[in-house]
Design a protein around this ligand. Structure first.
Ligand SMILES: Cc1ncc(C[n+]2csc(CCOP(=O)(O)OP(=O)(O)O)c2C)c(N)n1
Ligand SMILES: [Mg+2]
Length: 938
């Protein structure tokens, strides 16, 4: 019988029979069958160590037993479902709430039963209690301003902790007078700031917190309690709502600075770099002290895209934990604030919960705070989510959820405190869902009664949270009305002073190259700065090569991997034939030996999607894991290679966030196949490509994107290089599609060995991983060598002036062209590889073209004409041809015609197409070749 069936039995005619069983169980649990014993034991979930032995005298009547189990059932149901009738909606939109299971009648109690003592065996802390008492306790604890959902937690300790924590104090903190005044002061400031903006900048968007003011004292409480419990660093992420208030009242950004932004003032435009962003997206950092404990706070800048910042904040938090050796994750923590519609709607929220217990991504629990104003823009919850609460998604990780009435600031602060304690105790996610309302429209110029007239009539009559609380404290004689007025006047005069100062406010010189970023540069300018010393002495390379091809003696390695390691070892010993994966391992290994941590995360990255990497070896007997790159040298940095969850957006966001906080590590996100990165487009567009320009935030993140047309169909061929190339401007990115293991080695090392950080979009090969021509010599990685942005012709051809054609290309197609040219014995056609698209190596490309004065210039790609590099190189090559005063100012396009789908599904057709591309590049005559424009524009 299931638990539900047993519960149903209790409420029905069989209750006396169950009571009989219970009497027996209390005497001796073995007297009833184990199923019932477990059921009764479950009822009695009072904290361990309390209560007396369960002994009921023989004389106890059947009725008493029945009372007991019914009462215990009722208590249990209140724990599970009490929140369903709690009054946490300040607007009371749902009216009086009722749930039959919370009605004592359902359990067989009548009005006459209210005052009979019932034995409840110290559950709720009482040996006996009347039904009236029991209900009062349950309603206070579970149905007041706070509704708690925690009975879905399967871990006994966590569940018992919450139960004990809230039942022992009936889920209320008795605040001191000082504590109450502090909450009031916070509310005065929160409301005062919004009002001030409302008056000074009427109709200007600010996405005010009006109606959700209790959020500010709640965050203050999290910080204060967190500081007491060891938190030293908090990373915050939040949306638009109330952000200015958080900036001013939590982050202590000068009000004058915020006012200056409202006025669009740029008193000192020379100090404001980049393209900037709207004021309610900006981040900042601050140090604050709570009870003598310092906390460093950092609010991450974010784009409009709701919840996109979440994984970024988590990645930053993780990096901070690694930096301060916080392996128990006690010192650094993330707080994420959310809107109700966004929390329920955006998949990134679920993706981030997915991180919470993963070895490679966990951050020791995030405190989530939902400003649940019961609306999203103009959409009511009934239209925007299928779950009862916006918070239900958090149940996927069994996080406890506190629904709380925003108009009861003490309750809000109380749950903030418990949530913080829970996080510190169990290092798990926890959610506060603060029910409130939005006093104005979505923004302040928006009219909400077009769509929610009833709700907004209610809101118009609703006194502010501050007014409600001030009156409460006046009633309790904690403050006088005059004092409350005094608080508001004082704060307002302070705002007025800042308002006056705004006109001449001098923008603080950006703080972005401080701390870990010190010594790095932003303005690159000079070509020289782009160069990097990335070569490594051969001895070091050999030592690393040896270390990465070794396993411990007692390690049962798979026979094929053993052979692979032997081959790797021979490659480095002989110094030739080094393949892609070995070059990568050498790049990582040398950086590690130099003290640079390497973090690589992506789907199946440990082994490598193409079974090429084998960075994690698995003992065939016991599945013990061994990571050779962590055994390179005694003083080396740590290599983390992580098989990620199957979520592109959040994992890319996480690694991007990690790179924001850790410029001294090589941080890499790897796509399984490059095209899957489009699931993370928001992170690419809103952060990776534009964060430096918008927010002056740098990142050295590497995106590894497998790319190449090998007949694997539409979704395993193209990493969509065109998309990244279209994003390139103002030196925001580096886009590389290199073709030799040595160049790959250098481009990875270059990421760390220069004095600036830029995201690197790196297309990586698939078939080339095992291509006989795709090998390098150790010497190509030796001291003095470096990354080559363009690779010139390597074969001996006719003298330069007789070369008839230059075929420029990038990536894998080069080898198809090279092999076919050799096969056909063509000696007057030069192949030039563009290894780096952006920053566009104009001078080197120009030199490589100028070298062949009588050659036609072709661009060959395997991608369709509307994809790949064509649109990017066309104007740039034309520009060069113009400078060289070539007769033909346009390069000739050779490749697949424009297509809706990146690649064909049929393998044979692919082979045919590929052969035609190669043939066109090698033999097609200028006139006969279909012109790109004719092919593209159809
Ligand atoms: C991903 C995304 N989709 C749509 C929007 C446009 N938008 C901005 S705010 C908003 C409503 C958000 O509602 P909620 O999350 O409840 O926050 P609230 O404004 O009520 O505080 C929408 C749809 C957005 N910013 N991001
Ligand atoms: Mg909302």
């Amino acid at each position: 019988m299931s638990l539900e069936e047993k519960e149903a039995l209790l409420a029905g005619a069989n209750a006396p029979y169950v009571a009989e069983l219970y009497v027996r169980f209390l005497k001796n649990p073995h007297l009833v069958d184990p199923g019932w014993a477990a059921f009764f034991a479950e009822l009695d979930d009072r904290p361990q160590g309390t209560g007396s032995p369960r002994i009921l005298s023989e004389a106890d009547s059947r009725r008493a037993a029945l009372d007991s189990i019914r009462a215990l059932m009722l208590i249990r149901v209140y724990r599970v479902r009490g929140h369903l009738i709690a009054s946490f909606d300040p607007l009371g939109l749902e009216g009086k709430k009722y749930h039959p299971e919370l009605d004592p009648q359902t359990w067989g109690f009548a009005a006459a039963d209210m005052d009979r003592p019932i034995f409840i065996n110290y559950v709720l802390g009482l040996e006996t209690a009347t039904l009236r008492q029991i209900l009062r306790i349950l309603q206070e604890t579970y149905c007041g301003s706070i509704g708690v959902e925690f009975m879905h937690i399967q871990d006994h300790e966590e569940k018992a902790w919450i139960q004990q924590r809230i039942e022992s104090i009936r889920n209320q903190t008795q605040f001191t007078r000082k504590g109450k005044r502090a909450i009031l002061e916070r509310l005065v400031q929160t409301e005062g700031f919004e009002r001030f903006l409302h008056v000074k900048y009427p109709g200007t968007k600010r996405f005010g917190l009006d109606g959700g003011e209790s959020m500010i004292p709640a965050i203050e409480q999290i910080l204060k309690r967190g500081a007491q419990l060891g938190i030293q660093e908090v990373n915050l992420g939040m949306p638009h709502r109330g952000r200015l208030n958080v900036l001013g009242n939590i982050m202590h950004k000068p009000y004058a600075a915020i006012f200056a932004e409202f006025q669009g003032l740029s008193a000192h435009p020379e100090d404001v770099e980049g393209s900037g962003d709207v004021k309610y997206h900006l981040g900042t950092s601050a140090d604050r002290v709570f009870d003598g404990h310092q906390i460093h706070l950092s609010l991450t800048a974010n784009p409009s895209h709701l919840e996109a910042v979440d994984p970024v904040v988590l990645g930053k938090t993780r990096a901070k934990q690694t930096q301060c050796d916080d392996s128990v994750r006690r010192k650094a923590m993330a707080i994420l604030l959310h809107g109700d519609a966004a929390f329920a709607g955006q998949g990134l929220v679920a993706e981030c919960f997915g991180f919470s217990e993963l070895e490679g991504y966990r951050t020791g629990g995030t405190i989530h705070f939902i400003v649940n104003n019961q609306i999203g823009f103009t959409t009511s919850p009934a239209y925007s989510r299928s779950s009862p609460y916006p918070s239900d998604v958090a149940k996927m990780v069994q996080a406890p959820i506190f629904h709380v009435n925003g108009d009861d600031p003490e309750a809000v602060v109380h749950v903030a405190r418990i949530a913080t304690e829970f996080r510190q105790e169990f290092k798990r996610d926890v959610v506060i869902d603060m029910f409130c309302y939005r006093r104005f429209g979505h923004n302040e110029a928006d009219e909400p009664s077009f769509t929610q007239p009833i709700m907004y009539r209610k809101i118009a009559r609703q006194p502010t949270t501050r007014a409600i609380y001030a009156n409460k404290l006046i009633d309790e004689s904690v403050v006088t009305a005059d004092e409350v007025d005094g608080m508001a006047r004082w704060f307002n005069s302070r705002l007025e002073a800042d308002f006056a100062a705004a006109a001449t406010y001098k923008v603080n010189k950006a703080d972005w190259l401080e701390g870990k970023w010190e010594g790095l540069k932003t303005l690159i300018g000079e070509e020289e700065m782009r160069k990097a010393d990335t070569g490594v002495p051969l001895d070091t390379l050999r030592a690393v090569g040896f270390a990465i091809s070794r396993t411990p003696e007692d390690f049962q390695i798979h026979a094929k991997i053993l052979r692979l390691l032997e081959i790797r070892r021979k490659m480095t010993e002989s110094g030739s034939g080094i393949d892609w994966a070995t070059a990568e391992a050498l790049a990582f290994g040398t950086l590690l030996a130099e003290g640079v941590p390497v973090r690589l995360s992506g789907q199946d990255s440990g082994r490598g999607t193409f079974s090429q990497r084998h960075a994690v070896l698995v003992d065939q007997d016991n599945e013990r894991r061994y990571v050779p790159l962590n055994h390179v040298s005694a003083a080396q940095a740590t290599f983390e290679v992580i098989d990620s969850p199957l979520s592109e957006a959040s994992v890319l966001g996480f690694e991007y966030g990690y790179s924001l906080a850790e410029p001294d590590a090589l941080v890499i996100w790897e796509a399984q196949f490059g095209d899957f990165a489009n699931g993370a487009q928001v992170i690419i567009d809103q952060f990776i490509a534009s964060a430096e320009s918008k927010w002056l935030r740098l990142s050295g993140l590497v995106m590894l994107l497998p790319h190449g047309f090998e007949g694997q169909g539409p979704e395993h061929s193209s990493a969509r290089p065109e998309r990244y190339l279209q994003l390139c401007a103002e030196d925001n990115l580096q886009v590389v599609n290199c073709t030799t293991p040595a160049n790959y080695f250098h481009v990875l090392r270059r990421q760390i060995r220069r004095n600036f950080r830029k995201p690197l979009v790196l297309f990586s090969p698939k078939s080339l991983l095992r291509h006989k021509l795709v090998v390098s010599d150790l010497e190509d990685m030796g001291a003095g060598t470096g990354f080559k942005r363009v690779l010139p012709e390597i074969d001996t051809l006719v003298p330069d002036q007789y070369v008839k054609r230059i075929v420029l290309c990038s990536g894998k197609v080069y080898y198809d062209l090279l092999e076919e040219r050799r096969r056909r014995g063509i000696d007057n056609l030069a192949l030039v590889r563009v290894e780096q698209f952006y920053p566009w190596p104009r001078r080197t490309v120009l030199d490589n073209i100028a070298r062949y004065p009588h050659a036609e210039v072709f661009w060959c790609q395997e991608e369709p004409a509307n994809m790949g590099g064509w649109a990017f190189v066309l104007p740039r090559l034309s520009n060069i041809l113009e400078d060289l005063q070539r007769e033909r100012r346009l390069p000739v396009y050779v490749g697949r015609p424009a297509a809706a789908s990146p690649a064909i599904g049929l393998y044979n057709k692919h082979v045919e197409e590929q052969a035609r591309v190669v043939d066109d590049a090698l033999t097609g005559s200028l006139q006969a070749l279909p012109q790109p424009f004719r092919r593209v524009v159809r």
